[in-house]
Design a protein around this ligand. Structure first.
Ligand code: DGJ
Length: 737
């Protein structure tokens, strides 16, 4: 001690006490772990809860307690804290997760850690609930993290509640507020429009905020879906790199912000879009946000997407592990122009083709303003007497006679101004009474915040099933966005108009819930003038979704490829249509990588085309178990190669299917110049390889009775021989013992 001057001594003593003080305070560490990954939270000295780690989990979870010592991010003066749910109006200077105006008009909020508990739901699923409270105002936020351990998926949401004297106003209410620390961040997100859904774009995130959002209301995904992939350090590839795959389960306006802060750390905020959506919350009322669902892999996008598929099939999509019906749809075959004789002929055609079901599309209803085009009749759900004098019941009987099931199209959320419904219930329509109406496809959405409208929409489905219990399938369409967002119902009730976007979606879920309570199993397709609405909340009620109205198979290779990162093949409806003049084989092979269906005039098929299609349907029956329930491996990316290759392998690795599609026609030659390495096989097993869907009178260039080991196929590969004359190739691999 005598070696130190008194000044130095006190400095050392001071440092000792500061560090002792920090160490002595009991910081709470909350690790949320899946089988591979961990999301770790820790309190700070002020009892705020921050994210301290996200990534591959540590062998010893007690080690997470040391992490904060390594990070110096909570600079008192910067206004940046790695908060798990960033409040606003106090110390925070960055994008908040929550903004409120208290009952007394004050706008400040602080959230301190209060408690947490972990509930075990079963051997695989657990739920961590964290309670945060404002020390000044009686407001609490509960954060929920539902962990699907084996699938490496976390579903998170929040519940906001208060006990203030009067209503408070929620100005922002995110579902998730994550925090990442990496060298760099690459965001793979999507944009598009009608017939051009899911166009990918990868962006290196730079300082500031990058936002993905929608303000369209009903058909919320039309321009941009709430799905993305976020790579850490460098762009992830199919089989390498750290990547988070995330999506918001909400069928309405959303907002996802990626804020790169001054420390080069990334803040993610995802939730309902608060644009025009301030929410007035009564005392003791829960405000539950939608779920943000995410998975993470250290081994690239392929593994991340398989995590998501495994989770979605098992826990989310209605009947996700079940089977699906192949179908013949009449939309592109007839549009609005049909009658009973025409349809009964189509039933027979469907049977001849070999599909399970006939799906009657738009145009079967309305009398005062017949639905003979898209400008009239929507909302009047009575059979059109001219086209269908004997009603739907007769069609169901005729279909049954023909040996085929019967499904039907509805668009129950919408109304044409030229309809009896509009004449009778103008107050049910979303419209701004003082302004001219503005239409999207000549129609307007009904106001689903209104319980009477909910009953009406439910009634459309219930009446169909009550009168015709044999109906085997529903296609639920939604073709308009919300313009002039105004609700006569909310006005009558004295509720703020800013509740409309939220209550619309909640109303929709109430209807779907009621439908599923009475009709738990009937398959339903989620359609929105193509792929304008698909998310993991809606898919609780739907078995599948319509990818896009664009059924050009070349376009579909790319779209289906992109959708496949987020949704498993069993949920993606791919129809063979006459949209493009490409040969039937290519169209069929492309449709087969998902849930296959047809929308063609069967009688226009040549003898060979029909023979090919019948054979293809028989093949599909045999391989559909692998496509619907197997693991998807992407082999050759069409954005980087002149062809796409992908395969599905079943859980026992004894049956697999490989699809390859040429995506260019620039010159004649062999495009697959080298073998394609397969994935997901058992190296020790031997596989017989057989080309299927071979067009009548053509020969496969793949040798008959070819048998290779899984080891060979995954190390050396297999050449599908893609050329301008072999533009699509389907290979079936079956284990030989
Ligand atoms: C849009 C859908 O995407 C089509 O498949 C078809 O059902 C039409 N609507 C019918 O109006």
């Amino acid at each position: 001690m005598s070696n130190y001057s008194p000044k130095t001594f006190y400095v050392i003593l001071g440092i000792f006490f500061i560090s002792f003080g920090i160490n002595a305070q009991k910081l709470i560490t909350i690790p949320i772990e899946t089988s591979q990954n961990a999301l770790v939270f820790q309190t700070d000295k002020d009892n705020r809860l921050g994210t301290v780690f996200f990534g591959k989990k540590l062998a010893q979870s007690s080690d997470y307690g040391f992490i904060t010592k390594e990070y110096k991010i909570n600079d008192e003066n910067s206004g940046i804290f790695n908060s798990v749910y960033t409040p606003s109006g106090t110390w925070n200077m960055v994008e908040p997760a929550i903004e409120v105006k208290h009952a007394d008009g004050n706008s400040s909020l602080e959230l301190k850690y209060v408690s947490h508990e972990v509930k075990k739901i079963d051997d695989n699923v657990s739920e961590t609930v964290i309670v945060l409270k404002d020390p000044v105002y009686a407001l609490e936020v509960r954060l929920f993290y539902k962990v699907y351990y084996k699938e490496n998926v976390i579903e998170q949401w929040s519940v906001i509640k208060h006990q203030e004297a009067k209503n408070i106003t929620l100005q922002k209410y995110a579902s998730a507020n994550l925090y990442f620390m990496a060298d760099d961040y690459y965001l793979n997100h999507y944009h598009g429009g009608w017939a051009k859904e899911m166009k990918p774009e990868e962006t290196k995130l730079t300082a500031g905020i990058k936002t993905l959002d929608s303000k369209l209301g009903t058909r919320a995904n039309l321009f941009q879906p709430p799905t993305f992939m976020l790579s850490f350090d460098k762009p992830a590839t199919e089989d390498a790199g750290k990547v988070l795959l995330g999506t918001l389960a909400w069928s309405g306006n959303f907002k996802i912000d990626f804020e790169l802060d001054t420390y080069h750390n990334l803040r993610l905020l995802a939730g309902i879009n608060s644009h025009a959506s301030e929410y007035s919350l009564a005392s003791n009322q829960d405000f539950k946000t939608p779920s943000f669902i995410f998975t993470f892999s250290e081994n690239g996008k392929g593994e991340a997407s398989r995590n998501m598929h495994n989770w979605a099939r098992k826990y989310r999509i209605l009947d996700g592990e079940g089977s699906r019906l192949t179908l013949l749809n009449n939309w592109e075959a007839t549009y609005f122009d049909f009658d009973e004789p025409k349809l009964t002929k189509l039933f027979k055609d469907g049977k001849k083709l070999g599909v399970d079901m006939f799906l009657l599309d738009d145009g079967w209803f309305a009398n005062k303003y017949p639905r003979n085009g898209d400008a009239a009749g929507l909302g009047d759900w009575q059979e059109n007497r001219k086209k269908l004098p004997n009603g739907i019941g007769y069609l169901v009987k005729e279909a049954t006679k023909a040996g085929i099931k019967f499904g039907i199209w509805v668009e129950p959320e919408m109304v044409n101004p030229k309809s009896e419904l509009y004449e009778k219930h103008l107050d049910w329509v979303i419209r701004e009474p003082q302004r001219p109406e503005h239409y999207f496809r000549n129609q307007l959405p009904l106001d689903l915040s209104n319980p009477e409208v909910q009953d009406f929409v439910y009634g459309v489905i219930d009446n169909l099933f009550t009168k015709n219990p044999e109906i085997a399938f529903i296609k639920w369409d939604c073709n308009a966005v919300v313009y002039n967002a105004h609700s006569a119902y909310l006005e009558k009730k004295g509720l703020p108009q800013t509740h409309l976007y939220v209550e619309y979606v909640r109303g929709l879920y109430k209807v779907l819930e009621k439908i599923r309570a009475k009709y738990p199993k009937v398959p339903m397709m989620l359609c929105s003038g193509g792929g304008g609405r698909v998310d993991y909340e809606a898919l609780k009620y739907f078995t599948e979704f319509w990818v896009s109205d664009n059924t050009d198979p070349l376009e579909r290779v790319f779209m289906q490829w992109e959708y496949s990162y987020f949704y498993p093949a069993i949920a993606q409806c791919n129809h063979i249509t006459d949209w493009s003049k490409v040969g039937i084989k290519y169209r069929t092979d492309v449709a087969m990588m998902g849930k296959m269906g047809y929308d063609i005039v069967v009688s226009h098929l040549s003898e060979k085309e029909l023979e090919f299609s019948q054979q293809a349907l028989a093949n599909y029956k045999r391989i559909s178990d692998v496509v619907w329930h197997g693991d998807l491996y992407r082999l050759k990316n069409p954005w980087e190669n002149p062809y796409a290759s992908l395969m599905f392998s079943n859980a026992t690795q004894d049956h697999a299917v490989m699809f390859s599609y040429l995506t260019t026609n620039r010159y004649d030659g062999v495009y697959s110049v080298t073998p394609v390495k397969l994935k997901g096989l058992d190296p020790k097993k031997k596989y017989k390889i057989q080309e299927i869907n071979v067009y009548p009178d053509t020969k496969s260039s793949i040798a008959k009775d070819l048998v290779y080991s899984g080891d060979y196929l995954m190390t050396i590969g297999l050449n599908p021989n893609i050329t301008l004359r072999r533009t699509s190739v389907v290979l079936e691999l079956t284990e030989v013992k």
